[in-house]
Design a protein around this ligand. Structure first.
Ligand code: ING
Length: 313
């Protein structure tokens, strides 16, 4: 009996600094209603969906930084989203800045959650690969201070049994690292959900800018094919606070083929009926890890040679 899951990639256009969470939640709810019309069971929203991408700014005042975080999930601003999704019978994946009061201290993560169709939070992921820098770098046109505003995720790359399959999550820069997909691939992941905020200009490497679209698609296609999994990549695109950002949200099949893609750089829902068994022929042949993969050899090679450090920039 095939296991189909109709997934919606809910691309967001720019969220400007003065857009309130209420404004944004209204746009997210509009996505959910469109998703209902398109028969979606699960909707994926981008990274840090509730606000503008605030790590682009240097903010020395911690209270100013913390105003971009959510201390409760759902909280007063997001409760209407949970309520509407439950009423529509649609689950969702939501990226947000998570503030945690723990052991008398405060911890801050770039987080995504997986919410089932009955409104329960059934999964959480905290971003591991934090790009950018931790100190103010005035030479940049815009900052990328994720290393300052977030801790490295402490939950690993969990895979959850939900929506009738094995669901994994990652966030933005994670998608560029093969380990992200492989750690989930070793858990049998069938669909990886991810959101991204990707400036079209990368200040330390401007020569990469022209390849932004290619690199975005390349890493998700490779991750999908090499682990026999679906990958759903969802952008916050368009020009946000003066920073042009990559859109090009897409749904990638376990074959590596892009089966659905956004056409605009604004709010746009792209849906596809995913056969959760489509990765099986890859997991049982070419990428049968038990039969073909040689972790002992990898370990011996690395231990013997060690990692070759790239030239100092
Ligand atoms: N953004 C970017 C990303 O990985 C980046 C950072 C941009 C890295 C361009 C390399 C090149 O898509 C986030 N939020 O990780």
């Amino acid at each position: 009996m095939p296991r189909y899951l109709t997934v919606g990639a809910a691309q967001m256009g720019p969220i400007q600094r003065d857009h309130s969470r209420r404004d944004v939640v209204g746009r997210l709810i509009a996505h959910l209603r469109e998703a209902r019309r398109m028969g979606c069971e699960l909707v994926v929203f981008p990274e840090l969906t509730l606000t503008t991408f605030f790590p682009r700014w240097w903010m020395p005042d911690q209270a100013e930084v913390d105003a971009w975080f959510e201390a409760d999930m759902p909280g007063p601003d997001t409760a209407p989203l949970f309520a509407e999704a439950k009423a529509l019978g649609i689950g969702f994946c939501l990226g947000y800045a998570e503030l945690v009061r723990q052991d008398g201290g405060t911890r801050r993560f770039n987080t995504s959650i997986l919410v089932e169709r009955d409104g329960r939070i059934v999964g959480k992921y905290r971003k591991v690969h934090l790009p950018g820098h931790a100190e103010h770098e005035p030479w940049r046109q815009f900052q990328h201070l994720e290393k300052r505003y977030f801790e490295v995720g402490d939950l690993g790359f969990p895979v959850y049994r939900a929506f009738g399959g094995l669901i994994g999550m990652c966030i933005c820069n994670d998608r560029r690292w093969p380990e992200t997909y492989r750690v989930m691939g070793l858990q049998g992941v069938e669909i990886v959900l991810l959101g991204y905020n990707t400036p079209l200009h990368n200040p330390p490497a401007p020569d990469h800018d022209e390849h932004s679209w290619f690199h975005n698609q390349l890493v998700m296609q490779a991750g999908a094919y090499q682990n026999g999994t679906w990958v759903v990549g969802v952008a916050k695109g368009g020009t946000e606070e003066g920073v042009p950002s990559l859109a090009d949200s897409q749904i990638v099949a376990p074959s590596g083929k892009v089966v659905a893609r956004a056409a605009s750089d604004g709010d746009e829902l792209v849906a596809h009926r995913c056969d959760l068994d489509a990765g099986r022929s890859y997991k049982t042949t070419t990428f049968n890890f038990v039969v073909h993969r040689q972790p002992d050899q990898y370990r011996m090679i690395v231990e013997r040679k060690g990692a070759v450090e790239p030239p100092a920039t």
